[in-house]
Structures are given as structure tokens and as C-alpha cells.
Design a protein around this ligand. Structure first.
Ligand SMILES: *Cc1c(COP(=O)(O)O)cnc(C)c1O
Length: 372
């Protein structure tokens, strides 16, 4: 299908940045710089500065950032980790793969971890919490940190969707023990394949993760300190990400502008809820622009017929996937969100024309449904 409005446009993204990306790749390949060269170190230094922490360690996925954070925090069998039910499966799988028990709790109307539900879920076995800053919005981190400090819990931020976002002046990924990042191609900062990173101010964590990603080996001495994994951020990916990092501040401003255009166009349609939440203490970066309606499936079909590409994250609660063996839960906000959410096109390549077409199509849909 030829989309009139694509959800994201990887080809256009490359065309716009071709000179910089090609130069970065060519620099690595002509120099034979493939594994752990200065491109990786440079990117890590620049990324740490962007997030506002001492260390960034490049990894091959956001998943590994989560798993290594848990291992560095000493989380293992017998421990419980609180996690919001409305997140990407990797957040939960990292906990399970460490031998620990994920305790799924409900979220607020802004899609992020409900601090009260988090506190209510704490038991003597709880060791950590993973607040997920979903869709480009940071959780209520002051409340979450207070509760965690009171109970002696480790805080691991899943910041994969919130590069550059902040809450009360504190940036995503700089608040907990670690921040976990993904450079999956369609994240705000994406590579040309899988990639990720951990950010932290803790030198012990930084060193352990640096060894874990490279089979546990201290490359200076040749000593193996842990049973690690093969989980490096490729040097070539790092070079491309470093080139793209210069654009991130502009891309964030652009996404916020697109979000305002959607707001102006879609405001006050009965039955449609827009993702503009209290702003006084939040700086949102709109990794996704997620609207809600009871007529989600029919709205989506309508937009597809008009060649407008949309996404549903996620159509059913995670615990309904029986293979994940998460038990039978009842979390009403998450269940409702899964029935109602629809992500509209949002990226650095989304044009004002794309927004206008989408706005008109959504308005059409609701205009012809005014009876219910
Ligand atoms: C993208 C993402 C991840 C991890 O993604 P990878 O594909 O492993 O890089 C984790 N959590 C959230 C919320 C994400 O959006």
C-alpha cells in the first residue's frame, strides 16, 4: 500500500541526512574501525552530556540496558520488581530473564506509572521499580523517588521513549540508578538497526556494564570478571548516532510543534482525547502522539482507507499473551487504554501537510458519527 501519510518515513529520513550518515560510515569503514573504537567513546561522551550524567555505555539494545541495569543492581531470583503494566514487553522480559518476579501495576491517564499503585504493590521482597517514561513524557519522578527512598528500592528508568524530556527540571535517564535507552530505528534518536545504552552517575555500575557487554572481560588485563554477553553497540552505529545527535534538539522542537498543530486541529471533538496533559512541570518530547477514543478500531479503518498510516501500542494487555505466563490480572486503566489508543503519524519527517490531511480525516470521521 502506498501511504499518503506514512507513520514514519525511513527513506526520507536518510535522504535528508545522507551526507552526514555516509561520511560517518565511510570514516569507520575506511579506517577499519568496527569494534570499540573512538567513535563509540565519542558518542558515549556526547550522549552522557546530552542526558546530563557522568557515564553512558553503548549497548546493542534497550532490552540489554534493562537487563544489565537489573544485574548491576544485584536483582535476581526471589526479588520482586514493580513495573507499569502498560509498556513494551522488553521492560518485563528483562525482569523475568534475571530470574525475578515482575509485579505489574496500573498507570495514570497520562499512560505513566501510578505512584500510588506502585507504593501499594511494595512487599518485603520488592527490590526495585522500573518507571517507564512512555510516549515522550517523564513519570512523576519526585513522588516515585520519595517512595523508593523510603523503602530502600533501586530505581531503573526505562527512558527508551523520552530522550530530552524532563520533569521538574530533571531529565529522563539522569534521576535513577540508571537510565535505559534504545536506538531502535524509529526512536527519537535511531540507528540503522538495533542499539541501546545505559546512562548512570555510578562508576561501579558503569564499569560492570562495560564488562557485561563484552563477555565479562576487562580488555586491559584480559581478566574475565563475569559471565557476560555479546552486547556491544557497534562502532559504525555509534558513529551514525553521534552524527544524528546534533539534530536531536531540533527534532524535539519540531515534534512539539507538530503536536501543537494536532492540538489546534483536533481540539474539542467530543469522544476524542488528546495527549496534552498538565504541562507546568513536564517537558514532553512526543516520541508518539497517542489519541484515545472508544471508536478506535473504526477510526483506524477510516484513516487506513484514506491512506493514513497509524499504529496501536498495544492492542491487548501484556498478561493476555499466555506464553508470557504473567498470571491473570485486572488493571482497569491499562485495559481501557489498550482498547482506546491510536498513535498518529509523528516524526521529524511528518510535514504540516501530513498533519492537515490527518486532521481533516479524523474530523470527517467524528462529524459523520455525531449521533452516538
Ligand atoms: C523501544 C523500547 C524498549 C527497548 O527496545 P529495544 O528494541 O530492545 O532497543 C524498552 N522499553 C520501551 C518502553 C521501549 O519503547
Amino acid at each position: 500500500m502506498e501511504w499518503k501519510v506514512p507513520f514514519v518515513d525511513a527513506k526520507q529520513h536518510y535522504r535528508r541526512l545522507k551526507a552526514e550518515i555516509d561520511a560517518a560510515i565511510s570514516d569507520c569503514l575506511t579506517g577499519g574501525d568496527l569494534i570499540c573504537r573512538h567513535h563509540l567513546e565519542d558518542f558515549e561522551a556526547h550522549f552522557a552530556a546530552f542526558v546530563g550524567v557522568k557515564y553512558a555505555i553503548g549497548l546493542n539494545s534497550g532490552y540489554h540496558a534493562l537487563e544489565f541495569s537489573l544485574r548491576a543492581a544485584g536483582i535476581g531470583p526471589g526479588d520482586q520488581v514493580v513495573v507499569p503494566a502498560h509498556t513494551f514487553v522488553a521492560t518485563v522480559s528483562a525482569i523475568v530473564n534475571c530470574g525475578s518476579q515482575p509485579v505489574l501495576v496500573d498507570v495514570c491517564e497520562d499512560f505513566n506509572l501510578d505512584p500510588a499503585a506502585f507504593e501499594a504493590a511494595i512487599t518485603p521482597r520488592t527490590k526495585a521499580v522500573i518507571p517507564v517514561h512512555l510516549n515522550g513524557r517523564v513519570c512523576e519522578m519526585d513522588r516515585i523517588m520519595k517512595i523508593s527512598d523510603r523503602h530502600g528500592l533501586v530505581v531503573i528508568e526505562d527512558a527508551c521513549q523520552s530522550l530530552g524530556a524532563s520533569h521538574k527540571g530533571k531529565k529522563a535517564g539522569s534521576i535513577g540508578l540508571t537510565g535505559c535507552w534504545s536506538f531502535y530505528p524509529f526512536k527519537l534518536l535511531g540507528g540503522f538497526g538495533d542499539g541501546g545504552a545505559i546512562t548512570t552517575n555510578d562508576p561501579r555500575v558503569a564499569r560492570m556494564v562495560t564488562l557485561l557487554r563484552y563477555n565479562g572481560e576487562d580488555r586491559k588485563t584480559g581478566e574475565y570478571h563475569y559471565h557476560g554477553q555479546t552486547a556491544l553497540l557497534d562502532n559504525v552505529q555509534a558513529a551514525v548516532l553521534d552524527a544524528k545527535l546534533h539534530h536531536v534538539a531540533d527534532w524535539i522542537n519540531y515534534r512539539r510543534k507538530i503536536a501543537e498543530l494536532y492540538r489546534a486541529g483536533l481540539d474539542r471533538i467530543p469522544g476524542l482525547t488528546l495527549p496534552h496533559f498538565s504541562q507546568s512541570e513536564h517537558f514532553d518530547v512526543f516520541q508518539n502522539y497517542v489519541v484515545r477514543t472508544k471508536h478506535r478500531d473504526r477510526l483506524r479503518e477510516h484513516l487506513t482507507r484514506k491512506a493514513i498510516e497509524t499504529l496501536v501500542s498495544w492492542p491487548k494487555p501484556m498478561w493476555h499473551h499466555k506464553g508470557l505466563a504473567l498470571g491473570d490480572l485486572h488493571l482497569s486503566v491499562t485495559e481501557r487504554i489498550c482498547r482506546e489508543v491510536l498513535s498518529l503519524p509523528m516524526s521529524a519527517e511528518t510535514t504540516t501537510e501530513h498533519v492537515n490531511i490527518t486532521v481533516r480525516a479524523v474530523r470527517d470521521f467524528f462529524a459523520t458519527r455525531s449521533a452516538d
